[in-house]
Design a protein around this ligand. Structure first.
Ligand SMILES: [Zn+2]
Length: 159
């Protein structure tokens, strides 16, 4: 099954999903298919069951009550599954979510293991904050980032 069949959050207008935390609270802990692991809200470790105690950290696997779709997207920025991280970056950038600015900045400046994600995070950060507010960050990664990240920073600086 492709990840597209299991979107991270419901495709609804921003704000609408936040009004129904009870429904979306099950999303983060939900398996991505038959036999797939459910990831712990607290430690991101996979579990064989979608709810209950985490086999690694002992916390509840599912998100706490009141968790919003945006909270889940922010959580997914650190997800062990690269596709979930990338999906969260795109969704948060498309919605111009201000709470994503700090973690996206972290992905842009410190994630050298996944340059493709760092590039996506850079574009999302510019979407959220505007290019002018990102100039110092773009200058920094244009000088220090891995190849694809440098190239994207130069592109953004020159447009
Ligand atoms: Zn855990």
């Amino acid at each position: 099954m492709s990840p597209e069949e299991f979107p991270l959050a419901p495709k609804e207008p921003a704000g609408a999903e936040d009004a129904q935390p009870g429904r979306i609270a099950t999303v983060a802990g939900r398996p991505d298919g038959p036999g797939a692991a459910a990831y712990c809200w607290y430690c991101y470790q996979p579990n064989p069951h979608p709810t209950g105690e985490c086999t690694t950290c002992g916390q509840r696997i599912e998100p706490p009550a009141g968790t919003t779709a945006t909270d889940i997207e922010l959580w997914a920025l650190s997800h062990p599954d690269a596709d979930r991280r990338r999906q969260a970056v795109h969704q948060l950038g498309a919605r111009h979510e201000p709470r994503a600015a700090r973690p996206l900045h972290g992905l842009v400046t410190s994630d050298h293991t996944d340059p493709e994600l760092a590039v996506a995070a850079m574009y999302a950060l510019v979407d959220i904050c505007g290019r002018d507010a990102c100039m110092a960050t773009l200058d920094h990664v244009a000088a220090t980032g891995p190849g694809p990240v440098r190239a994207a920073a130069f592109h953004l600086l020159s447009t």
